[in-house]
Design a protein around this ligand. Structure first.
Ligand code: BES
Ligand code: MN
Ligand code: ZN
Length: 506
């Protein structure tokens, strides 16, 4: 593809916040400093919402009384939004903590997001974020950083307006200096996830996706293997390939190996990387079709894990796999009723070409299991519209091959402060993926419903006895409505959970 944007290096298209994460001075401080701007958390009284207190154990009591005095004089109500105040040489922004009963981490990230919004226009030299009595400083900082993310790369006039404070201090409450470094690496990875999600599909083609993975692998000395059309044909990954039949872009199965501290245990992650899902011959309606550029969000989250663990060594070996392709209609495209043979030997009747994610993932799952023999495998995908019906845009669905796996997955989600809800693999529905003409069919009969569960049952046909978790993020990958996430565009949803799954496995 010859257009000018396609030739642009992906690194140069990353938003300014990525550069800030490299250049800013970010550190902890035990004591308050002068000449800075403070972000301060305010809590409302349970009974009287307008009665507020400042939750910053590391700030002087006299100062807190002055701030509250000024706020009262101004008649400030937390519901009016953040308040800017001056006391002595310093400036302060009071932000109310949400009373929505979401997890602590989400509430803290939302404070950071609100702060970023409130401070965006101010040219601050030194921002100090204050810990709360619950010690949420790193989560507030994480939210603040994600609040500075912009979609700048694809604007004709690339604004490099560095209105970000060159110095960021975290006042009190950080356990070790390792944590600050962790926050920075984590945030860089998260910026990458969102950048990939937001990138237009004529830029982020499967080839470009693989190129970015290879660049990252090279930078950190990781092994990266990319299978193209021919290599997948040779291996017999025809179920994956059938999705790419209608596209002029070559599909790519991308694998990156990350050595861990203990390499006797292996965790594998597989991400759906549909750089555009038109539906294929079972084509989607045009309203909202542009959103299908985000159908690679699972793959983006997995590449974010690579970027993070490249910098912060994981406890166990981590294998990251991304199944990247477009799903397009053409004279060569797969037709409803075509039968294909999967990598694991099972045959599948494709009754709806828009149920393509499970075809890509199924082959990636059995290929990864056969090749790397992981102790545990998880996949993450914008898999079904049905999950929006079930859970709305506030949480993702999680399945486990057994209850203990599901509980571990939920635990990882909780550690990362991500709302996931377990759905069942109802045993009555297992037979509904079995085919008439072939072993399997890629959609159940119209009267079966439970689309998210049926997709999970289909995937289960490709994991054998390996402990397996499945995350469906179709409702939350973008325009996420959960507290602590940017409310429009890319959300990097699931990325935190994957990181924590790897950290807690073994
Ligand atoms: N990528 C979509 C799922 C999706 C829908 C993601 C809405 C984000 C928002 C997936 O490939 C798809 O098209 N699924 C179909 C499956 C159906 C044909 C069985 C769906 O959910 O409608
Ligand atoms: Mn589809
Ligand atoms: Zn899709």
């Amino acid at each position: 593809m010859g257009h000018a944007l396609a030739r642009e290096q992906w690194n140069t298209l990353l938003p300014p916040i990525h550069n800030w994460l490299h250049t800013a001075t970010i550190k902890e401080t035990k004591t308050a400093v002068d000449g800075a701007h403070y972000g301060v958390v305010v809590r409302s009284d349970q009974a009287d919402k307008d009665k507020v207190s400042i939750d910053a154990p590391d700030l002087d009591d006299g100062l807190k009384a002055k701030l509250l005095g000024q706020a009262n004089t101004l008649g400030w109500r937390p519901s009016a939004g953040p308040l800017h105040l001056n006391v002595d040489q310093n400036t302060y922004t009071l932000v109310a903590i949400s009373s929505v009963p979401a997890s602590l981490k989400q509430v803290a990230r939302q404070v950071g997001l609100d702060l970023a919004k409130a401070l965006k226009e101010l040219k601050l030299k030194h921002l100090v974020l204050c810990s709360t009595s619950q010690g949420l400083i790193l989560d507030i900082a994480e939210g603040y950083i994600s609040g500075l993310y912009t979609q700048a790369g694809f604007k004709g006039q690339r604004k490099n307006d560095q209105s970000f404070p060159p110095q960021l201090s975290l006042l009190g409450g950080v356990a070790s200096s390792q944590s600050v470094r962790d926050l920075v690496e984590f945030s860089k990875a998260q910026v990458l996830v969102r950048f990939l999600q937001d990138a237009p599909p004529n830029y982020l083609t499967p080839k470009k996706f693989a190129g970015i993975a290879q660049d990252i692998a090279k930078e950190y000395g990781l092994v990266c293997k990319v299978l193209g059309r021919e290599a997948m044909e040779t291996l017999g990954m025809d179920m994956f390939l059938s999705v790419a039949n209608g596209s002029v872009e070559e599909p790519q199965c991308i694998t990156i190996e990350i050595p861990g501290v203990d390499n006797s245990k292996t965790v594998a992650l597989v991400g759906k990387g549909l750089t555009f899902d038109s539906g294929g011959i079972s084509i989607k309606g045009s309203a909202g079709m542009e959103e299908m550029k985000y159908d690679m969000s699972g793959g983006a989250a997995v590449l974010g894990v690579v970027r993070y663990f490249a910098a912060v060594k994981p406890p166990v070996k981590v294998i990251c796999v991304i199944g990247a392709t477009e799903n397009m209609p053409s004279g060569a495209a797969t037709k409803p009723s075509d039968v294909v043979k999967a990598y694991n030997g099972k045959t599948v009747e494709i009754l709806n070409t828009d149920a393509e994610g499970r075809l890509v993932l199924g082959d990636c799952l059995s290929y990864t299991i056969n090749e790397y023999k992981p102790d545990f495998i998880a996949d993450i995908a914008t898999l079904t519209g049905a999950v929006l019906m079930a859970l709305g845009c506030v949480g993702g669905a999680v399945f486990g091959s057994d209850e203990s796996v599901a509980q571990r997955a939920l635990k990882a989600a909780e550690l990362g402060g991500e709302p996931f809800w377990q759905l069942p693999l109802w045993p009555e529905l297992e037979k509904e993926v079995k085919g008439d003409t072939a072993d399997l069919k890629n959609i159940a009969k119209a009267n079966v419903k439970g689309g998210t569960i049926m997709a999970a049952w289909f995937l289960k046909e490709f994991v054998g006895q390996t402990p397996w978790a499945h995350f469906d993020i179709a409702g939350t990958a973008w325009n996420c409505q959960a507290l602590g996430y940017p409310s429009s565009g890319s959300a990097a949803f699931g990325f935190r959970t994957l990181v924590n799954l790897c950290k807690t496995w073994g």
